[in-house]
Ligand binder design. Structure first.
Ligand code: GLN
Length: 466
């Protein structure tokens, strides 16, 4: 798939299409869609912006590459004046007071936001069923889940309702739905893109991540959003990734994969066979492939969920109805907090708040939370050693194929285990991309910290190889 951004840009410049017609067509498709991808449409704003782009073109002014390009935003990003619900009852009527840095950069480049997209509430989930807006349905089969938590975003891209969408990835929420709907989804190195204005789930792994249909579109959008931001002290300055640099994959000489991921009993036999066939094709291209040792999936999943629950319990403590959201009054302040939170948070979110407060509490934190932190350090160390030996780590995105709608809600533990292959890379804060190839739910390409360019390079190579 070629860059849709470039193709649409050319059509706009050549006046083959008007921006207003382009935006109207996509808005209509979003409005009519039956996959439950939309929390709110930004139609007035989008059409206003489109008219401005058309006026510029009519005037003979040059337009930037992203000017007039329609995109979607997971409903956990602040966009001033728009509803930002996190798919929750608590924030159902909350309107953002400011705009997230990453989104502001896209707006400054002229991209046009169409929609706030359905997702698991506060990013809690792997299926986009934990939402007050109805389960997101998979782009390929409406009986299956759209994946999560950025399910609405991945489905919108897959269905061509948006040219790209901005998801959020804490433990796999961009990569997994990208895999389930066969599109590209990048979780950049932690800190490459500012989190300011992204509703906090687990602050130590939260990442802003683009979803699109080509490596080139991922590159374009990543470059625009990246950079140091005084409002997020974990950000760093990165260099732009050029298009030319991605066409040369000669510096990728060694690829590794985790033996225990592939030998795990939980992996679907077809995903396993397809992944191993992909490895053979890579070898046939003269790349050396090494098997690597890694932590067991259940250790990765429990470490991730211990830390993610602790952080979300802490982050969500501010949502008590006094400053934001749907306050429910009761006989005194304490009761008001309790009833506001128990009525307005979903079962899954409450499970995480309770679990998180438990692992942080006196008597438990040494045994559980601090152990989780220590394990995270060991996981990072393991990655550091791996990247002394290999340039890229390749893995499946998920052990299984998308579940049927309803199944994950019945068995949250099984849902947590479905994150087995994505959460480790989040804990390592590494750049990692789902490419829609190699297995039914894609393959995951990971490089060392700050090496996002290498990830995209390998994706380009893979696209022509398998
Ligand atoms: N499924 C994982 C979770 O529920 C990841 C979610 C995410 O990345 N936001 O925590």
């Amino acid at each position: 798939m070629k860059s849709q951004i470039k193709q649409l840009h050319q059509q706009l410049v050549n006046k083959d299409i008007s921006c207003t017609a382009l935006i109207q067509e996509r808005l209509n498709a979003l409005k009519a869609n039956t996959n439950n991808t939309v929390n709110s449409l930004l139609d007035t704003l989008a059409l206003d912006l489109a008219a401005k782009v058309d006026a510029k073109i009519a005037n003979g002014d040059t337009i930037g590459l992203l000017e007039g390009i329609p995109f979607g935003i997971k409903d956990v990003y602040m966009v001033q004046g728009t509803y930002t619900t996190a798919s929750s009852d608590l924030l159902k009527k909350y309107k953002s007071a400011y705009t997230a840095t990453a989104i502001q950069k896209l707006l400054d480049a002229g991209a046009i936001p169409l929609v706030k997209e359905n997702c698991d509430s506060f990013g809690h989930g792997s299926s986009s069923e934990n939402t007050i807006f109805g389960a997101v349905k998979n782009a390929n089969n409406p009986n299956l889940v759209g994946g999560g938590s950025s399910g609405g975003s991945a489905v919108n891209v897959a269905k061509d309702y948006t040219v790209f969408s901005i998801g959020g990835d804490t433990g796999g929420s961009v990569r997994q739905p990208a895999g389930y709907n066969n599109v590209y989804g990048l979780k950049p190195t932690y800190g490459r893109i500012s989190r300011f204005g992204l509703m906090a789930y687990a602050s130590s792994t939260d990442c802003v991540g683009p979803i699109a249909k080509s490596v080139e579109d991922i590159r374009i959008v990543l470059n625009v959003m990246s950079g140091k931001d005084g409002k997020d002290q974990t950000t760093y300055a990165s260099t732009e990734i050029s298009e030319e640099s991605l066409s040369n994959s000669k510096d990728i000489k060694t690829v590794g994969y985790f033996k225990n991921f592939i030998e795990s009993e939980a992996i679907d036999p077809k995903i396993k066979a397809d992944f191993l066939a992909t490895i053979e094709k890579i070898k046939a291209k003269g790349i050396e492939v090494k098997e690597l040792d890694f932590f067991k999936s259940d250790i990765l999943v429990s470490t991730y969920y211990t830390l993610a629950m602790a952080e979300t319990a802490s982050n969500l403590s501010r949502l008590d109805g006094s400053n934001y959201g749907n306050r429910i009054d009761d006989k005194n302040l304490k009761e008001s907090y309790a009833v506001t939170r128990s009525e307005n948070f979903s079962e899954e979110t409450k499970r995480r708040i309770v679990g998180g407060n438990q692992v942080l509490s006196q008597g438990f934190s040494d045994e559980i939370y601090l152990k989780g932190l220590a394990l995270r350090d060991s996981i990072s160390e393991n990655f550091e050693n791996d990247f002394k030996e290999v340039d890229i780590i390749l893995s499946p995105v998920t052990p299984g194929t998308p579940p049927k709608i309803g199944d994950s809600l019945k068995d949250p533990h099984a849902m947590y285990l479905s994150d087995a292959y994505t959460v480790g890379f989040s804990l390592g804060q590494l750049p990692t991309l789902t490419a829609p190839q190699g297995t039914e739910t894609g393959v995951q390409i990971t490089a060392a910290r700050n090496n996002d360019e290498l990830v995209l390079k390998f994706a380009n190579f893979l696209k022509d190889t398998i």
